[in-house]
Design a protein around this ligand. Structure first.
Ligand code: UT7
Length: 326
């Protein structure tokens, strides 16, 4: 039976580091508050003019090399991002241009922090269905471009980065299950209010700082734990597995307290949970992508291991998938 497997992973983090101490000089915050409430110590920030497609390109080159595939072999490119280079063309098209790929299907997915899980699941299904053979899936974000660095309730949380995965057709069943959910009735609790068709950019929207992330953190926190536990439980059940069978849970890196609460409810000991939020903060769709790559680079994912990705974000959207490493 035709399915898909991951054959290459890559990540790219811009070199510039913004520490909690740096933020203490910009807004009324402390390293102690940020560390205890979120687990974040520092995050990466791009230089001016760098877009999501540039970060995606760096991550994709590494993933392609590790996959031992040429760019011409790629027939599907999906980029998950809420900070695309432009509203259109898609960042996937820009990525294709940077890579020099030709004749690949290119599209973006807007599923916030769950974007990489959504994109991976789509690529898996496209390959399984026989439409494409080799897919490049990237989560890439320049969240610093939509972060209000005068708002302490959000600016301490976010960072920039990209992670990429190359999938190829395989007769081995590597993706064991996937589940994606959404609830548009709660769109307002995490939103970029202006710049779209409903509220195009104007002097007023700029004056009112409506091109920056607005977030009701407390409300999100409660939903995040519930839906991430639900999504991971569903995919494990679909795959006929239990928590004890999981080698590594890779949760979205929004808050260390959310991660711990999710792990506890799933009965997962923390040594089986991948956490890198201290170094990078919340990179939306790039968080899961970078974490998956980094976990693999650190040797925490080996052949036959069971890996669960579990993410949640603005939309609201959430998703989880189970991968047997082959
Ligand atoms: O990735 C997408 C999904 N995102 C999430 O799931 C995020 C979920 N939410 C969270 O992670 C947490 O709600 C936050 C980290 C955003 C906030 O933590 P919290 O424990 O919920 O804090 P809070 O918003 O209830 O604020 C507590 C206090 C407030 O002061 P008062 O009203 O108690 O005097 C805030 O003004 O902390 C204050 N505060 C800060 N103080 C110092 C808020 N931000 C800061 C800050 N530094 N950076």
């Amino acid at each position: 039976m035709r399915s898909a497997k991951i054959v290459g992973l890559g990540k790219y983090l811009p070199p510039k580091v913004l520490t909690n101490a740096d933020l203490e000089k910009i807004v009324d915050t402390t390293d102690e508050w940020i560390t205890t409430r979120t687990g974040i110590k520092e995050r990466r920030i791009v230089e001016k003019g760098v877009g999501s497609s540039h970060l995606a390109y760096e991550a994709a080159k590494i993933a392609l090399k590790r996959a031992d595939l040429k760019v011409q072999d790629i027939d599907l490119i999906i980029v998950a991002s809420i900070t695309p280079d432009n509203q259109f063309p898609s960042t996937a098209c820009y990525l294709q241009r940077h890579l020099g790929a030709r004749c690949a299907c290119c599209f973006d997915i807007s599923a916030a922090c769950a974007g990489f899980v959504y994109a991976l699941s789509c690529a898996w299904q496209f390959i399984k269905g026989g439409l494409y053979k080799n897919a490049l899936v990237v989560g890439s974000e320049v969240l610093s471009s939509i972060t209000d660095f005068s708002d302490r309730s959000t600016c301490v949380l976010f960072g920039d980065g990209a992670g990429a995965a190359v999938l190829t057709a395989s007769d081995k069943e590597s993706f064991l299950s996937a589940y994606m959910g959404g609830d548009g009735s709660q769109s307002d609790i995490l939103i970029l209010p202006a710049g779209g068709s409903r509220m195009p950019a104007s002097h007023e929207t700029v004056d009112q700082k409506l091109h920056y992330i607005k977030m009701k953190g407390n409300e999100l926190f409660r939903v995040a734990v519930r839906v991430m536990v639900d999504a991971a439980s569903r995919v494990l059940k679909q795959a006929g597995l239990e928590s004890k069978d999981v080698t590594l849970l890779i949760p979205h890196q929004a808050n260390n307290r959310i991660i711990k609460a999710v792990a506890k409810r799933l009965n997962m000991p923390l040594d089986k949970v991948y956490v890198n939020i201290a170094q990078y903060g919340n990179m939306s769709s790039a968080s899961s992508a970078v974490a998956l790559c980094e976990a693999w680079e650190e040797g925490r994912i080996k052949k036959d291991d069971i890996v669960v990705l579990d993410a949640f974000g603005g939309g609201l959207v959430w998703g989880s998938c189970v991968i047997r490493w082959v």
